[in-house]
Design a protein around this ligand. Structure first.
Ligand SMILES: Cc1ncc(COP(=O)(O)O)c(C=O)c1O
Length: 389
């Protein structure tokens, strides 16, 4: 059994979560950026120590074992069959999104995203001189769905060239179903829209929700889609910047690789390659236990709100370790809510409004921490809310 209850001090470790100005007040619990407060699995540490021990860090490239580990993980965990040639390693998914934007669209082209969504999607589009077209998700007070009519209308009206899909969807926690993905894919196919499917959270799904890789929805989706995968969320390796972009279509792969070369983007570094290979080779049991622990944290949080703060709505996550919470009943504007969380509840969360349309009044909690920390955070929040005048 792995011990996810262990509290590890992350202060003064050059962590953006713990060491930035905003977290300097020792009462503040940082629950914002999506990295976990858990140690990765022992085999990853061993692989990195072995590499460090060797002491020579010359130029390196992904090995046959590396590719095989990626292929096996995708097949075993997701019934996702990929071929070695389809894999393009990149140093991170945000980097890959930017490369895809440049590879498949022209300046001033329109790119669609479903809001609220992971905010670097906007930046990847805007920083490259393309324009964001929004398709806001529908929210019925309980759960989010895609507005398919609007989805197609926005594509037609704006001559959209690319759709960036987030599956599972950060921050709202939806694991899109095969049927939903089919509808999205078919609309994109009909209107010649490239799909970039960001599946970085693929390994985090709960209960009867299963991740469906976009290529598994329909064979023909391989013709206009790329799939972004990474071990970084799953095994807490974000700083090692390693991701694997799966591109089945030869022409699309060439366009992406050409852009990668032109932009001067290299393969992941040797530590990232070693960690990815070890994680995918030895990590199945660790992830199984992690998912049980995370489900326990999510249940704890839902029960806590139901019992102590029933006016605040926790959106039940189908996936991710990020929990989206509707705080609109507190009646605060963006600045007031942010200030309240930091200065009264001593919580550093990701503010809902930064995820764009539909996000105001919500907060995103990262619950990938020992339960004792989560408990402390929720108690701080309850105290602050109850003391409010
Ligand atoms: C949907 C999504 N894509 C990409 C990333 C970051 O990927 P990377 O660190 O590989 O750039 C995150 C991190 O939270 C994310 O939630």
């Amino acid at each position: 059994m792995y011990n996810f209850d262990k509290v590890i001090n992350r202060k003064q470790t050059n962590s953006i979560k713990y060491d930035r100005e905003k977290a300097q007040d020792s009462r503040i619990i940082p629950m914002w950026v999506a990295d976990m407060d858990f140690e990765t699995l022992p085999e990853v540490k061993e692989a990195l120590l072995k590499r460090a021990e060797h002491g020579i860090f010359g130029y390196a490239a992904p090995t046959e074992n590396y590719y095989q580990a990626v292929i096996n993980w995708m097949k075993d965990r997701h019934h996702f069959d990929i071929q070695k040639e389809w894999i393009v390693p990149t140093p991170g998914i945000v980097t890959a999104l930017k490369l895809a934007v440049r590879a498949y669209t022209h300046p001033s082209d329109k790119i669609m995203i479903m809001k609220p969504v992971y905010y670097p999607f906007d930046a990847s589009i805007n920083l490259n001189g393309r324009t964001v077209v929004e398709c806001p998700l529908l929210f019925d007070g309980e759960q989010y769905t895609c507005d398919f009519e609007l989805f197609e209308k926005q594509i037609i009206d704006n001559h959209v060239k690319m759709f960036i899909l987030c599956n599972p969807h950060n921050p709202i926690g939806r694991v899109w179903t095969r049927d939903e993905l089919y509808q999205m894919g078919k609309i994109c196919q009909k209107h010649h829209v490239y799909v970039i499917s960001d599946e970085i959270h693929m390994d985090f799904t709960y209960k009867n929700h299963n991740h469906v890789a976009f290529y598994n929805v329909d064979e023909s989706f391989k013709d206009f889609t790329i799939i972004c995968t990474a071990p970084s969320k799953t095994f807490n390796l974000a700083a090692l910047q390693t991701s694997n972009i799966v591109i089945a279509n030869k022409e699309m792969r060439k366009m992406f690789v050409d852009e990668k070369n032109a932009s001067g983007v290299n393969d992941p570094n040797i530590f990232g390659l070693d960690a990815c290979e070890a994680a995918y080779t030895y990590g199945a049991k660790w992830v199984d236990e992690l998912l049980v622990y995370l489900q326990g944290n999510i249940d704890y949080m839902k029960d806590f709100f139901a019992e102590h703060l029933p006016d605040i709505k926790v959106i039940d996550p189908q996936g991710l370790y990020l929990v989206w919470v509707d705080m609109r009943s507190l009646g605060m504007n963006n600045e007031e809510l942010e200030e309240f969380m930091l200065k009264k509840a001593y919580l550093w969360l990701d503010e809902g409004y930064i995820f764009g349309t539909g996000g105001a009044g919500f907060e995103r909690f990262n619950v990938a921490c020992p339960r004792s920390i989560l408990k402390q955070a929720l108690e701080q929040l309850e105290k602050a809310i109850k003391e409010r005048v």
